[in-house]
Design a binder for this molecule. Structure first.
Ligand SMILES: NC(=O)c1ccc[n+]([C@@H]2O[C@H](COP(=O)([O-])OP(=O)(O)OC[C@H]3O[C@@H](n4cnc5c(N)ncnc54)[C@H](OP(=O)(O)O)[C@@H]3O)[C@@H](O)[C@H]2O)c1
Length: 166
């Protein structure tokens, strides 16, 4: 059974994606930063006999990400990674405090990067055939058949050209 890891699964798109992938044949490891919120997803999994396991995963914490992917790797390689965990916001720039701004990048950008790095094979180029497919629901998606080489440069350059600026 192929393995999928979904981040940010307590609510919304992450919750729905976990259920959807499990219904379509994946063994799902559902990352949650606050396990006190795990009951609804666990109940949905139990009710439909779906192979979903909730694991602790805070994408802003490198130790948490490492522990989560170590746990998953005991069951096999990650076939699909859905980088869903994120913070939204539509506050005008002049009213957005810098710490909030940084928290978004720490979660939405660096959180995704941490998880992608956790599943990419270190130092191997090209990666093995069964390379994972990092996805960013709601924002963008990318199929990582090969590691990107201009990740930080491109992301930072585009960060002030995105639709939110128009
Ligand atoms: N819905 C939309 O229309 C829309 C549009 C554009 C982009 N998006 C993006 O798509 C994603 C899902 O959207 P949604 O509407 O389903 O949002 P949501 O209901 O707010 O869910 C966000 C999830 O991310 C989790 N999360 C936040 N910070 C985290 C962290 N540090 N580590 C791990 N998990 C964390 C939240 O956990 P907690 O419950 O613990 O807070 C929650 O489970 C988000 O990244 C969002 O920004 C959504």
């Amino acid at each position: 059974m192929e393995i999928a890891v979904v981040t940010g699964t307590s609510t919304g798109i992450g919750f729905a994606t976990s259920v959807h992938l499990a219904r379509h044949g994946f063994r799902v490891f559902a990352g949650m930063r606050n396990l006190a919120k795990a009951e609804p997803l666990r109940a949905a999994a139990t009710e439909a006999s779906l192979p979903i396991e909730v694991i602790p995963l805070d994408v802003t914490s490198t130790p948490s990400v490492s522990r989560a992917f170590e746990t998953v790797s005991e069951h096999g390689p990650v076939d699909v990674l859905v980088n869903n965990a994120g913070i939204g916001g539509a506050t005008p720039l002049e009213l957005t405090p810098e710490d909030e701004h940084r928290r978004m990048f720490e979660t939405n950008y660096f959180g995704s990067i941490r998880c992608i790095r956790a599943v990419l094979p270190a130092g191997s180029s090209p990666p093995p055939i069964r390379s994972p497919t990092p996805l960013r629901s709601g924002r963008s998606s990318a199929r990582a058949r090969r590691s990107p080489t201009r990740c930080a440069a491109s992301a930072s350059a585009w960060s002030t050209s995105s639709p939110g600026w128009s």
